[in-house]
Write a protein that binds this ligand. Structure first.
Ligand code: NAD
Ligand code: ZN
Length: 341
């Protein structure tokens, strides 16, 4: 089969012929239909410091995918050949205290698909049945391919109650855009999203946000005045990983405000801790998705009319992966999809 392989310890990815994966005990073999390109995949292609320290080569990359089940190991129930599925990319141990308590997203022994073991940018991928999400409600295979980052968005957005709240989202990358769509859909009052990319802020406009603010030009406080907001945001969703965004968020929260932080900063940075303390701000870190409560939430949100289609802006055949990766790396688009059919 064809697969995108990180073959050598240098910048690049290579389309190779590799053996099809086999189905081990408890596993499911999936014919991949579509895959989504994530920031992690860009780091791997670039072979930056993080990739150098994390990866064992060669490695088939990729963890965002949808596909059809083609083979199921003996004893696997409730998953059938022909099912349209997505995959949870965090493979957990099932034995640690958190796993035993059903908090699998907190497993300390998590293995990342396409990072710590061969991934899904290939014609076929085999994963444990316990990582398979079967789409029982019809869903477009392109949307099914981005359930992993959609899950990051939903996990973060639903961390705190949003109904009637004023919500600030910093970062209008694919995940920030999806979080904005979710916050609007579930009944937040004002949804303000910030970025420094005009193209991404235009996309946010298509998702029904109240205000898409270019913080390179307009301070958040000006946006709040425009909306008649006097006290500050009730909920903040940090989705940029940018220190300035986090500082501005803390400065514009209401007393008792709640921040869910998904964005991964590249390094340590200082924030105004005295405001966190005296305004009694809660900051909650978010990693991955809850298995499988977030997945259930995602399916129901789509069933109840959430429209994510504007978030996917570019589609390429898998042979054009280099152009697709360049597009994703430009930082000006929504989600970029590779078609493996
Ligand atoms: P992305 O890099 O595509 O988007 C980040 C956006 O933030 C960009 O559009 C950028 O222009 C914008 N930005 C930069 N400076 C800003 C500022 N001062 N104010 C507002 N916006 C600013 O990333 P993504 O794929 O959408 O992911 C969002 C973040 O979540 C990233 O930091 C990523 O590393 C992180 N992430 C975390 C997890 C997790 O499990 N915690 C999972 C996936 C991604
Ligand atoms: Zn575990």
């Amino acid at each position: 089969m064809k697969a995108l392989v990180k073959e050598r310890p240098e910048e690049g990815l290579w389309l190779k012929d590799v053996p099809e994966p086999t189905v081990g005990p408890g596993e499911v073999l999936i014919k991949v239909l579509r895959t989504g390109i994530c920031g992690t995949d860009l780091h791997i292609r670039k072979y930056d410091d993080w990739a150098r320290h994390t990866l064992d080569l060669p490695l088939i990359v990729g963890h965002e995918f949808s596909g059809h089940v083609v083979e199921v190991a003996a004893g696997v129930e409730d998953i059938k050949v022909g099912d349209l599925v997505s995959g949870e990319g965090h493979l957990v141990c099932g034995k640690c205290r958190n796993c035993m308590a059903g908090r699998r997203h907190l497993c300390r022994n998590t293995i990342g698909l396409g990072v710590n073991r061969d991934g899904a940018f290939a014609e076929y991928v085999s994963i444990p049945a316990s990582n398979v999400w079967v789409h029982r409600v019809p869903v477009d295979p392109d949307i099914a391919a981005i359930f992993d980052p959609f899950g990051n968005a939903v996990h973060t957005a639903l961390s705190f109650p949003l109904v009637g709240e004023d919500v600030l989202i910093t970062g209008a990358g694919p995940i920030g855009l999806m979080a904005a769509a979710v916050a609007t859909h579930v009944g937040a009052r004002n949804v303000v999203i910030t970025d420094v990319s005009p193209e991404r802020l235009d996309l946010a406009g298509k998702l029904g946000v109240t205000l898409a603010l270019n913080v390179a030009q307009t301070p958040i406080a000006d946006g709040m005045k425009q909306l008649g907001m006097r006290e500050g945001f009730d909920v903040g969703l940090e989705m940029s990983g940018n220190p300035r965004a986090m500082r501005e968020m803390i400065a514009t929260m209401t007393h008792g405000g709640k921040i869910a932080m998904l964005g991964l900063p590249a390094e340590e940075f200082a924030i105004d801790w005295s405001t966190v303390v005296t305004s009694m701000i809660t900051i909650k870190g978010i990693y991955g998705r809850e298995m499988f409560e977030t997945w259930y939430n995602m399916s129901v949100l789509l069933e109840k009319g959430l429209d994510l289609s504007p978030v996917i802006t570019d589609r390429f055949g898998y042979r054009d992966f280099d152009a697709a990766f360049d597009t994703a790396a430009s930082g000006r688009t929504g989600k970029v999809i590779l078609d493996w059919e």
